[in-house]
Design a protein around this ligand. Structure first.
Ligand code: UDX
Length: 449
């Protein structure tokens, strides 16, 4: 099928690249012509595991192309994926102006019937508004638009793997033919008719992702309900960690045992600095706002959000307690990205921590395998090091803010010899307290004795 993708951000590029790799013909467009120029020159504007490899192979196979001319992309396809940003407004509500702009452009440029698929995360009822907007903006009554919602469940860092091995593919439609078209689009994925770029053709056995057909409203709700539930789970684990600290229990032991109950599940129970990124914080806010707008008070979600915001304060409290005076201290911040395997620093807990440290007059030496360039644009005054050991040299404390594998592998015996003081304040519970203490470190973490 001929597909187009509007919006070459992380979701758009992963969607476009994976569908092209699965055999479709894909045209990608973006209002940012520099981004398109970069893609046309073979560049990849974001870091995502396997993405540059599949963009390269899809391009070599003539399956993917890029144009800054939105009309051209719209006319070239039967189905259009809207993958534009829906950032939060001041009051937490999602800003849907980019979706509205797409509707206007599609209605104006379409030369025939189109299936318009919302991939961007949007509040429930956006599909209804989108259908109305396409009809209102259209100049030709003969051209029919069908709208569908197909939320993404892609985690940054494993987005390509998630796309090829989905737990579920949700398609929200009002028209059965739209469901059939989407089934066709996803057929290579469902039937595993692709060469997996992640496992090089030897994918581990596992259940195939099920395609669920729902109404558009349900599909939109599924996305927010899923992300908010995961955020809730993380905040729950964080409160358990606080309790463990007061009571003298070990949060890792508690959550591990909890997670063995299949009704609970072990994932997203990792206590620490809390959740960041461009999805969870904004989705939680948007969901609270949506609920309030229809008269439903989502108190438990508000509590999850509050608990998450308080994580930073709890962490800096630990830093202050351990360092006594923060002013003038040299600290090594290990990890800037909001989580491992991404260069994304949006709503990253590390950045909040750094903001506080700078306000208190600390000298910050930061390291991250991927996120240094992006952070430099926000905090030009920090000292940056590609090598974690260089960041740790002469440091009064090591502050672990992101769960990168590279940090799990740090040789603390070696690092201890470089540091001014053997102090680690671990915001991600990466190390064993016993081993760190055996190496002579003063070690602080979340919810473990
Ligand atoms: C999320 C959803 O997982 C994905 O399905 C959705 O489509 C987009 O939003 P992502 O934002 O990439 O994906 O990050 P995710 O891996 O879900 O982690 C979110 C945050 O929670 C990170 O900051 C992570 O460090 C934190 N986290 C995660 C915890 O603090 N504890 C955990 O147990 C798990």
């Amino acid at each position: 099928m001929r597909l187009s993708v509007i919006g070459c951000g992380y979701v758009g590029l992963v969607t476009g690249a994976c569908l092209a790799e699965a055999g479709h013909q894909v045209v990608c467009t973006d209002i940012d012509s520099e981004r398109i120029a970069k893609l046309n020159a073979g560049g990849v504007p974001i870091y995502e595991l396997h993405l540059s490899q599949i963009l390269k192979s899809a391009r070599a196979a003539g399956k993917i192309s890029y144009t800054a001319n939105g009309g051209e992309a719209i006319r070239a396809s039967d189905a259009i994926f809207i993958c534009v940003g829906t950032p939060p407004k001041e009051n937490g509500e999602a800003d849907l102006s980019a979706i509205d702009h797409c509707a206007r452009q599609i209605a104006a440029e379409a030369n025939g019937p189109k299936l318009v698929i919302e991939k961007s995360t949007v509040p429930a009822r956006t599909g209804i508004e989108l259908t109305r907007a396409l009809a209102a903006y259209g100049r030709n009554d003969q051209i029919k638009f069908r709208v569908a919602s197909n939320p993404e469940f892609l985690r940054e860092g494993t987005a390509v793997e998630d796309f090829f091995h989905p737990d579920r593919i949700v398609v929200g439609v009002e028209d059965p033919s739209a469901a059939e078209d989407l089934r066709e689009i996803y057929r290579p994925i469902i039937e595993r008719r692709f060469t997996c770029p992640v496992h090089n053709g030897t994918c581990p056995p596992g259940p195939r992702g099920e395609l669920l057909v729902t109404t558009i409203n349900s599909a939109e709700l599924i996305k927010h309900a899923s992300n908010s539930f995961l955020a809730l789970k993380i905040s729950y684990a964080n409160v358990i960690a606080d309790l463990c600290e007061r009571i003298g229990a070990d949060v890792e032991e508690v959550t591990r045992a909890m997670g063995l109950d299949p009704r609970i599940g072990g994932q997203f129970l990792k206590a620490g600095l809390g959740f960041g990124g461009f999805c969870f914080p904004k989705d939680v806010q948007a969901f609270i706002h949506l609920a309030a707008s229809v008269g439903v008070d989502f108190d438990i979600l508000k509590a999850a959000e509050r608990v998450n915001k308080e994580r930073i304060g709890r962490y800096t409290e630990k830093i202050r307690k351990a360092l006594w005076v923060v002013k003038g201290k040299r600290v090594a911040v290990l990890g800037l990205a909001f989580k491992a395997n991404t260069d994304d620093i949006r709503f990253a807990p590390a950045l909040e921590v750094i903001r506080e440290l700078l306000a208190e007059g600390a000298e910050v030496h930061a390291t991250d395998p991927e996120a240094i360039p992006r952070t430099q644009a926000v905090f030009p005054q920090l000292h940056y090091h590609d090598d974690p050991y260089a960041a740790l040299k002469h440091a009064d404390a090591a502050l672990v803010c992101t769960e990168w594998d590279a940090f799990k592998k740090i040789d603390w015996e070696r690092a201890g010899k470089l540091m001014a003081r053997k102090l680690v304040i671990d915001g991600r519970n990466l190390y064993s307290p016993e081993s760190m203490r055996a190496l002579g470190f003063q070690y602080h973490c979340f919810g473990r004795p």
